[in-house]
Structure formats: C-alpha cells, structure tokens
Design a protein around this ligand. Sequence first.
Ligand code: ATP
Length: 353
Amino acid sequence: MSAQIELRDIDKHYGAFHALKRVNLNIEKGSFVALVGPSGCGKSTLLRSIAGLETITSGSISIAGAPMTGVPPRKRDVAMVFQSYALYPHMTVEQNLTYSLRLHGVGKAEAIQKAAEVAATTGLSALLKRYPRELSGGQRQRVAMGRAIIRNPKAFLFDEPLSNLDAALRVHMRKEIRSLHDRLGATSVYVTHDQIEAMTMADHVVVMRDGRIEQQGSPLELYDRPVSRFVAGFIGSPAMNFVNAVVGADGRSAVLDTSGGGTVLLPEALDVGRAIVVGLRPEHLRAVADKGQFTLIVGNVESTGSTTFISSDDELVTLVQSERTGLAAGDRVPLTIASEHVHVFDPETGLRI
Ligand code: ATP
C-alpha cells in the first residue's frame, strides 16, 4: 500500500538552528502514528511542516500522492487539533463546528445537518448551543476534534491534544480519540512527549531525538528491541535501569558496577573484559529468597499502595514489586533476571550491541 503521507529527506533550519535533519517517514493510509521524544526534539516542527504551517528548508512532502511544495495549509486537506483547542470563544459549539464549512461555501442548512452528525459522533449533541466557556476541558477537546472531523480531511494531525487535561480524563480521551480514528478509518499523526500515550494509542511509534528519527516501529518492537540507550530509556515506565559493567571471564556474564555487586547473564557472548552498559527493566527483575545473581542494597522504598518501588542506595537499580514488602534502607535483596531480558549497549555510542 502506498503511503498516505510521505516525507523525504526533510531538513528544517531556523536561522542557524538545525531543527529537522534528513527525516524520512512513510505514514500508511489508515494508520495511527505517534511522534514522541523529549522537548525540543522537533516533533511539532515535523507535524507543522506536514500541515504547511512551517516551510521546510529542503526535502519533499506528499499527501495522498500529491506533492505539497508550495501548497498552502488550507489546501492540504488535513486537520490539526491543538493542545489549546483553538475554539472561537464568541461562537457556540454549533457555530464552531460549522464555521469552516461555511467558509468553504457550504450552505447553512447542510452545514447544520453535518454539525448534528459530527456532534452525535463526538458526544456533543446536547451541547450544541453552549459557548466554549460553558464546557469542561474534555468537552472543549471534543469540539476541537469535531471541527477537525467535519471537513472529512485526508489526515488528522494532533499536537499534544490532551496535555491540558487531568490524568483521569486524559486516559479516557486517549480511548475516545483512538476509537474515533478507527470508526472514521482516518490517518492520524499524533505528537506527544508522553510515551505511555504513544504506546497505548499508536500502531507505529516514531522516536525523535535532536531533529532525527532515532527509531520507529510497533510499540512492542521499541520496548523489546530498542536500538539505543536513548530509546530504551525513553520507552517503558518506570524507566529501564542502566548499569556499567564489564564482560566476565566466561564471556557470557556481565560483572555489574553497583554497590551490591554481582553478575547478570548476557543474551550472547561478548569479548572478555569489554566495558558495556547493561539495561535491566525494573519489571523484569525478580527478587529471590536466597542466592541471586546480584544484590540490591536498599536505599529508598516508595509505595503507591498497589505497587512498591525499591531503589538501590547508589540509585542505579530500581525494582518494582506488586506486593507490599517490609524492606527498609540497608536491607540486601538478592535479584535475578532472565538473560533474554538483558539489553546491552556500547558505553561510548549508546547503541545496542
Ligand atoms: P515540545 O515537546 O517542547 O513542544 P518539540 O519536539 O515539539 O518540543 P519543536 O517545537 O519542534 O520541538 O522545536 C524543535 C526545536 O526547534 C526546538 O529546539 C525549538 O527551540 C526550535 N524552534 C522551534 N520553532 C522555532 C522558531 N520559530 N525559531 C527558532 N527556533 C525554533
């Protein structure tokens, strides 16, 4: 299947600042793609470039096979949904929904009919006569989505649409946006700095770093085989533990540089004595009764009720337990981890070995 949105060798300079560096990305028709990465990595710039709100310095963008060079935003047939909702405060929900249709010459009766249909899809039917100030944050975000849907665009571009909502509503709206995407058979590109949002909503996750794509793949591909320490640390919560280590005399184990000491088994043999960084996800560490592979000396214990987070005194290793523990600072916890869960990175390049 050809890509609905194709980005080829995109570069973007803001004066001397190089914001996007040779970005190549195919966004398939009907897919939900999340762009994630830390603040300033270029996610919004990339999304805004697709929308035509930024002019790229070089490279090409095509939407549904048509080159977009020189095409202004309103002719690109994509709809943006912003964090700020960008609703017109002096217009009712119905007027907010119909405004762009009216601008495009759609008759009043037809526009109102369409608004009623979109309101039914987005759960706004009872709110059509209200003004934005009379709505909750979640309802405002639904109006913003309704306004995007009503024009039946080729793609939806979301720029951190849920950042202004509280945690519970965010979780609820994630599901709403994804189910709307599925019902409409839409193509969606979704910018977020929240990896959980990306992992739970998207079919395909693109991790960006310093203006480049560091890795892209399905959520579980990124979790299971991160190409670098950067991706490994970004995907997964709580974050992966990184410990400096040296390959042991048998070539199959890593001797850990932690206060508790010990070893872990490597997934494959490496040169004896080589300096490496091992990545151990907290959820893969098992506390055992007596002899573990390595030892965690407890520094801090935090419980949320359902989950207990135990971190080592040198703050290098965090362990997650779903049951309550009687552990206190200074206790020694023997740990094991299966070798297939041990990630190995080069200390210099940060790349997966
Ligand atoms: P955030 O999550 O903080 O929104 P982001 O990944 O979306 O971050 P962008 O908004 O794409 O980041 O910005 C990428 C980089 O480009 C940042 O370092 C930013 O300071 C810079 N930048 C963005 N817009 C401009 C501009 N108009 N002029 C100069 N630099 C800019």
